[in-house]
Design a binder for this molecule. Structure first.
Ligand code: UDX
Length: 465
């Protein structure tokens, strides 16, 4: 049954939610206060790089509209998603200014029927109650009178990954909804039914994964749903930090962390994913959510030691790369380092909390010149990055005269660069692969010295001159 939906915020979460709900048949209005963004979206141009957004925008044109005005989006909606940004504030807890504004806009414009207000932004436990109070107050200030029974608040955490946002929304591992009001849970179950049953036709550009069954729908109280989001992200972050910590030991004892991870991950209780050792995690979620979790712990008088340790290991991981370069090149001052990748992971141009940029900063602090390449993030880097980096558009420009290659983001195309032909451009044929992404043995055969993270260093093959 088609529902009328409003989505406040058109970032990764908001826009993806709006698109996938429109795709499965609902009528959706997406709201953003940024007029330029809304204008671009109306013309079919997404405000950030993410696979398949333009195709999806044109597919759902009839069911998805965009506006900057609450009074256009809210009154007719049965479900209103809050999907605005919650950037970290200086002390670590998320800044809820945009959530407050959204709650106010929603409260002032509540329609006649029953509305479910859904928190999709990642917000600290207790925010559901807070949003409810804000909506109630805004309604009463605007209209007077009683708002009871007109709306309920739910939490519906989003687990999508950038770079696979639409895929993750259409084919999720689970949908989690928390609310104290039974009607709200029922409305959301109906809303998601085509996804829960996987009854929609898959878009041609996003085929349904093989063996995809019905999607589990987990209903909980508000606080549990809110904590699930933080728990899931922190657990993934600490899984990566664990393998990174072990990778340092692997190096000392002469083990290969890739084999170790494979052996550990084959235990079905552990699982193979998120055990890729490297430069550590970044992006807009793990750093922010682990920090917020620590802040929440402090607020309640608890020290979350494992989360703290995961963050510390993650920070150390960038330093390990600097130490490798120092031990090979002795001094970094005045050296030119060719940095492969700037985005926080491949398939996105998102630079927020990018490990590549944190590494670049450490190298610049040591007096090195850092010249960087990225297949999609260069334009964004030129606008947003406040570091004295040089940017290179081509492999040749990147590598000319460089003292070492440092791979920071595992873009697939770096594996297929013609490393043999490029080698003469370098001053030193040294590769530090901070994501264990390149074929080290092939590089050594071509005459490179190859260092990864937690894998044995490879010397250039002898016969190469
Ligand atoms: C993450 C969660 O996966 C998602 O469920 C949540 O909703 C938002 O946060 P995202 O930040 O888009 O998604 O990226 P993800 O693919 O999880 O990668 C996060 C970081 O971990 C990246 O910097 C990536 O390079 C790093 N990573 C990931 C590793 O270093 N090793 C791994 O094995 C996996």
């Amino acid at each position: 049954m088609s529902k009328r939906v409003a989505v406040v915020g058109t970032g990764y979460v908001g826009l993806t939610t709006a698109l996938s709900l429109a795709y499965i048949g609902h009528r959706v209005v997406a709201l953003d206060l940024d007029e330029a963004k809304v204008r671009a979206l109306k013309q079919g141009n997404p405000p950030f790089f993410e696979p398949h957004l333009p195709e999806m925008l044109s597919l759902v044109r009839d069911r998805l509209s965009f506006t900057t005005r609450y009074e256009e989006a809210i009154p007719g909606a049965e479900v209103v998603f809050i999907a605005v940004g919650t950037p970290p504030s200086p002390e670590g807890s998320p800044d809820l200014t945009q959530v407050q504004e959204a709650a106010r806009g929603i409260g002032q414009n509540l329609g006649e029927g029953f509305t479910v207000v859904v928190n999709k932004s990642t917000v600290p436990v207790g925010s559901g109650n807070y949003v409810e109070a804000l909506v109630r107050r805004a309604f009463q200030e605007a209209h007077g009178g009683e708002v009871d029974g007109r709306f309920a608040v739910a939490s519906n955490p989003e687990f999508l990954r950038e770079g696979q946002a639409l895929y993750d929304s259409l084919y999720p591992d689970r949908i989690v909804v928390g609310a104290e009001d039974r009607r709200a849970l029922e409305v959301l179950r109906e809303l998601y039914e085509p996804i829960l049953e996987q009854s929609f036709p898959a878009p041609a550009f996003l085929p349904r994964p093989e063996r995809m069954g019905a999607v589990p729908f987990l209903t909980t109280g508000l606080a549990s749903a809110e904590l699930i989001k933080y728990g899931a992200n922190a657990f993934l972050a600490l899984k990566i930090s664990f393998i990174n910590e072990l990778s340092a030991l692997a190096e000392r004892v002469g083990a290969d962390i890739q084999d170790v991870a494979r052996g550990i991950g084959l235990d079905s209780r552990i699982g193979p994913r998120f055990l890729q050792a490297g430069l550590g995690w970044g992006g807009s979620c793990f750093p922010k959510d682990t920090l917020a979790l620590l802040a929440m712990g402090r607020e309640y008088g608890l020290k979350l030691s494992i989360v703290e340790a995961a963050r510390e290991v993650n920070r150390r991981q960038r330093e390990r790369v600097v130490e490798k370069l120092l031990s090979e090149l002795k001094v970094l001052k005045g050296r030119t380092l060719a940095l492969l990748g700037l985005a926080f992971k491949p398939h996105t141009d998102d630079l927020r909390e990018s490990p590549a940029l944190e590494l670049a900063r450490l190298l610049l602090d040591r007096g090195a010149f850092v010249r960087a390449h990225d297949p999609v993030a260069l334009p964004r880097a030129r606008r947003e990055v406040d570091l004295p980096l040089e940017y290179a558009e081509t492999p040749e420009d990147l590598l000319k005269g460089a003292d070492a290659v440092v791979l920071a983001t595992d873009w697939p195309e770096y594996r297929t660069w013609p490393w043999g032909e490029l080698k003469p451009l370098l001053r030193t044929p040294l590769v530090v692969d901070a994501r264990n992404h390149l074929d080290g043995k092939a590089l050594a055969r071509l005459g490179y010295r190859y260092l990864g993270m937690g894998v044995p260093a490879l010397a250039p093959a002898k016969e190469v001159v």
